[in-house]
Design a protein around this ligand. Structure first.
Ligand SMILES: [Zn+2]
Length: 438
C-alpha cells in the first residue's frame, strides 16, 4: 500500500474524517462567493448537514452545470490560486474545464500512486505511460502518480506503436498504463514482431469500458510475451472529480474497485428518481469531492452504472468497492425496446475462447426496425463456420436481444492507436462504418 494509514484505516475512524471533511467542504462553498454555489446551496443551512448521513439533503451537480458555468464558474477559490487546468472534449460545443490548486495536484498524484500500488506497482519500477498527454487527465495523472510513488516514469503518450514497443523492451518497463484496447494492440504487435525481453508485470487500464473476458485475453496475451503471469487491473476516474485514481482494482480481488472515499465519497442512486439505493443495488454512481479545493463537486452524477459494496478485502484495504462499470446511463443502447450495455455484449461474447478480444457493434438505422450487427475476431485466420450461430444464440438467450453476428479472421476490424476505442458504430448511410463489404 502506498498510504497504509489512510488505506487500511478502521471504517469508524474514516467516517469521522469524512464527516469533518464534508462540513469543511460546505463551509468552503458557502464562503467562496461564487454565484453558482450561492444559488445551488441556497436551500442548505450548515445545520442541515452534520455528516455523511445527511448527504441526501444536498442537491446534485452534473455535467451541464460545468457547461453552463464554462470555464471557471464552479471554482471555489480565486482563479489565481489554481496551478493547472485540464479539459475534456464533449461530443458537442465547448469542452469541460477543470482546475486544480497545488494541493489538488498533490492529492491527484497521491491517489494515482495508491492506484499503481494497488496493481502491484513499486517505487523501483519503470512505468510506461501510454495514455494521451495533454488536456486529457489520463497521461499527466498517471505520470505524476508514478513519480509520486517513486517509479521511473516513461511519458510515451499515445500513438507510434513501433517506438512504444522498442521503449517497453529496452527500458525494461515493469508496468504499462494505457487504455485496454491499446494494451491489446501493443501485445498483438509485439507477438507479430516476435519481440523479446519484455518484463511487464502489470497493466493499469482504464478510460474505456472493458469486461472480465477482455481482461482474460489481455492477461493471456501479455503473459505469453513475458513468460510470467501478467495482471491487468482497472483504474477509474473522471476529470470532473479529479481524473484517474478515484477508484482502483487491487491485485488480490479483481472484479471490483476500491473507491478512495477519504477523498471521493460515493453513493449509488436510482438514475430516474434520484433516490439513494441500498448497498449492493445497481444504479448511477454519484461522487462528492471531500478535499478538492479549486473545483469541488457535490453529489456529482457520473452517469456510470455500478454497485457499491462495503466489507473486508483480502488486500487489507478498508475502502468500499464499486463493481467494474456496467456502462453509462447515456450509452445504454435501446434495441427494439430492450436495454443493453455494450459491456454486457462484450462479456457474453468473450466467454467464447476462440475470440481474440476485438469486437464492434453496428446499429443499422436504415430500416424501421433497428438491426444490431455484432462483429468479432477469432485468434488466427481460420473462422469456424458454426461460430457465428453459436454466438448469436448466446446473445439472444443472455441479453434477450436478437442480432446478426459476423465472425472475422484476426486483424479485420479497425484498431485504435490514439485515444479511446470506438466499439459502437451507427449506420445511417450505405457505406459500412467498419469499412466492411455487406
Ligand atoms: Zn482489495
Amino acid at each position: 500500500m502506498f498510504q497504509p494509514d489512510a488505506e487500511s484505516a478502521p471504517v469508524d475512524a474514516r467516517r469521522t474524517q469524512q464527516d469533518e471533511r464534508l462540513r469543511d467542504l460546505l463551509r468552503r462553498l458557502a464562503g467562496c462567493d461564487q454565484p453558482f454555489w450561492t444559488e445551488r446551496l441556497a436551500e442548505v443551512t450548515p445545520d442541515d448537514v452534520d455528516g455523511v448521513d445527511d448527504l441526501a439533503a444536498l442537491p446534485f451537480t452534473a455535467k451541464p452545470d460545468l457547461r453552463a458555468t464554462y470555464p471557471f464558474g464552479m471554482l471555489a477559490v480565486p482563479r489565481d490560486a489554481t496551478v493547472r487546468a485540464h479539459a475534456s472534449s464533449g461530443t458537442s460545443g465547448k469542452p469541460t474545464v477543470v482546475a486544480y490548486t497545488a494541493r489538488d495536484v498533490e492529492i491527484f498524484a497521491e491517489v494515482v500512486a495508491r492506484s499503481i500500488a494497488c496493481a502491484g506497482g513499486r517505487r523501483s519500477d519503470v512505468l510506461h505511460v501510454a495514455y494521451g498527454y495533454g488536456l486529457f487527465t489520463g497521461g499527466l495523472g498517471l505520470h505524476y502518480g508514478g513519480e509520486r510513488l517513486g517509479a521511473t516514469v516513461i511519458p510515451a503518450s499515445g500513438g507510434n506503436t513501433d517506438l512504444q514497443l522498442t521503449l517497453l523492451a529496452d527500458l525494461g518497463a515493469d508496468g504499462l498504463a494505457c487504455t485496454p484496447s491499446f494494451a491489446m494492440l501493443l501485445a498483438e504487435r509485439a507477438e507479430a514482431d516476435d519481440l523479446q525481453d519484455l518484463r511487464v508485470r502489470y497493466l493499469i487500464c482504464g478510460a474505456e469500458p472493458w469486461s472480465g473476458g477482455f481482461r482474460d485475453r489481455l492477461e493471456d496475451a501479455w503473459s505469453a510475451l513475458t513468460d510470467r503471469r501478467v495482471v491487468a487491473r482497472d483504474i477509474y476516474g473522471l476529470s470532473e472529480v479529479i481524473g484517474p485514481g478515484v477508484a482502483m482494482e487491487c491485485v488480490e480481488a479483481p472484479g471490483a474497485l476500491h473507491v478512495f472515499d477519504d477523498h471521493f465519497l460515493p453513493e449509488i442512486i436510482d438514475p430516474h428518481r434520484g433516490t439513494v439505493l441500498p448497498d449492493g443495488e445497481r444504479g448511477e454512481l454519484v461522487l462528492t469531492t471531500l478535499t478538492k479545493q479549486a473545483q469541488p463537486v457535490v453529489r456529482y452524477r457520473t452517469g456510470d452504472v455500478t454497485r457499491l459494496t462495503h466489507g473486508a478485502c483480502a488486500c487489507g484495504r478498508t475502502h468500499p468497492r464499486i463493481d467494474r462499470l456496467s456502462g453509462r446511463t447515456d450509452d445504454m443502447l435501446v434495441v427494439r425496446g430492450v436495454n443493453v450495455f455494450p459491456r454486457e455484449i462484450e462479456a457474453a461474447l468473450l466467454e467464447h475462447q476462440q475470440l481474440n478480444g476485438n469486437w464492434a457493434l453496428v446499429l443499422d438505422h436504415r430500416s424501421t426496425l433497428l438491426r444490431l450487427e455484432v462483429h468479432a475476431e477469432v485468434h488466427g485466420s481460420h473462422v469456424d463456420p458454426q461460430l457465428a450461430a453459436v454466438l448469436a444464440q448466446r446473445l439472444t438467450s443472455r441479453l434477450r436481444v436478437s442480432s446478426v453476428v459476423v465472425v472475422h479472421p484476426a486483424g479485420t476490424l479497425p484498431r485504435t492507436a490514439v485515444g479511446k476505442v470506438q466499439r459502437v458504430h451507427h449506420r445511417y448511410e450505405d457505406a459500412h462504418p467498419l469499412g466492411l463489404p455487406d
